[in-house]
Write a protein that binds this ligand. Structure first.
Ligand code: COA
Ligand code: ZN
Length: 316
């Protein structure tokens, strides 16, 4: 749940979901400066990298160092992705606050992404939660699961909603603190989003977690509004819309953080994020990845005349 002074938690995933899909690696020191700039803009939670196979994704090979640096930023929740127990152990050693597990509802996507069936992936979550339970509570990371391809898969097509809900319940039984739904392939629509998040809350109550949308077919922000109507309060997004999935053909970037913050603040929902500072942080991405295309309408158009933030303390 968001802190008391915000209504919606925007969880930045650019340094993980964004950078994993770009073949070149952003230098570690630039990653750190980008993460600092995002935190200074008001982002409270950042997925800073992933503890995956460095042979598969060399862009993420410095995740341990990135986590250790990010931990020095006061007030920031440092999140990292782990696909298996080994990744979780590496993340715990680096000092993550939260581990996020991508558990795919589509068997084909699951096997091509992490070489495990959904059941095997849930078992990795169970083993990680057992490992975490032995860590003293002040140091113990929380474990989140995100059900990838929850709204459809670019390889398998439609995904059964009953199966997604069964997986969510199994993940809670395995010990996951929260379970979110991810539109990895960008095929969700607002009606489906509202129905599935409402059902997720009925099935797993306050374990229902974040919404993770990609803007592959331009439905990202419409899906955000639908998820808000279903009571979702945490949204993943990536600065400049960087992103994709190496194992979901055709998947493009996440919803754009800058556009999401503008949407939320305009609707009167406090995010605690300063858009001018956020937009300025784009320059750091281009320092690390010269010429990389960045997306987003708000950064191009600027804030409208008379724009007022919902967040107190932000001038507008
Ligand atoms: N981090 C680092 N190394 C890992 C690892 C991890 N999380 N998990 C396994 N390895 C190592 C093993 O130690 C082993 O090393 P060795 O050959 O030196 O002994 C090697 O990788 C193979 O181990 P195995 O368990 O057989 O893994 P795999 O080859 O079946 O790959 C994953 C499984 C999950 C590690 C790999 O598919 C992966 O990293 N996928 C993530 C893809 C991704 O990031 N997608 C986008 C995010 S959703
Ligand atoms: Zn994603």
């Amino acid at each position: 749940m968001p802190d008391l002074d915000i209504d919606v938690l925007v969880s930045e995933v650019g340094p993980r979901d964004g950078l994993q899909s770009i073949a070149r690696a952003m230098p570690t020191d630039v990653k750190h400066r980008w993460i600092v700039a995002l935190a200074q803009a008001g982002l409270r939670e950042i997925e800073v990298g992933s503890f995956v196979s460095p042979r598969l994704l060399p862009q993420m090979a410095d995740a341990g160092q990135v986590v250790r640096e990010a931990r020095k930023i006061a007030g920031l929740t440092v999140l990292a992705l782990a696909p298996n127990l080994k990744g979780a152990e590496r993340g715990i050693a680096a000092g993550v606050h939260k581990l996020s597990f991508p558990v795919s509802a589509s068997r084909q996507h699951s096997v091509s992404n992490i070489r495990m069936t959904p059941e095997q992936a849930i078992e990795q979550v169970r083993q990680t939660c057992a490992l975490c339970a032995a860590i003293p509570s002040g140091l113990r990371p929380s474990v989140e699961a995100g059900i990838s391809t929850a709204f459809g898969c670019s390889m398998e097509g439609a995904v059964s909603e009953d199966w997604v809900m069964k997986m969510a319940a199994d993940l809670v039984s395995a010990g996951a603190g929260s379970v979110g739904l991810s539109d990895t392939a960008g095929c969700a629509n607002p009606v489906q989003v509202k129905r599935m998040f409402a059902r997720l809350q009925r099935e797993i109550g306050n374990h229902a977690g974040a919404a993770h949308f990609h803007n592959t077919r331009g439905q990202g922000l419409a899906n955000v509004v639908a998820a808000l109507e279903a009571g979702v309060t945490t949204f993943d997004a990536s600065q400049g819309g960087l992103g994709g999935c190496p194992c979901a053909p055709g998947a493009t970037g996440n919803i754009v953080t800058e556009d999401l913050v503008f949407l939320l603040e305009s609707m009167g929902l406090r995010t605690g994020i300063d858009l001018d500072r956020l937009i300025a942080a784009r320059e750091i991405i281009l320092e690390g990845l010269p010429g990389e295309p960045l997306y987003g309408n708000v950064p191009n158009a600027g804030l409208p005349k008379g724009f007022r933030y919902a967040s107190p303390g932000r001038n507008g």
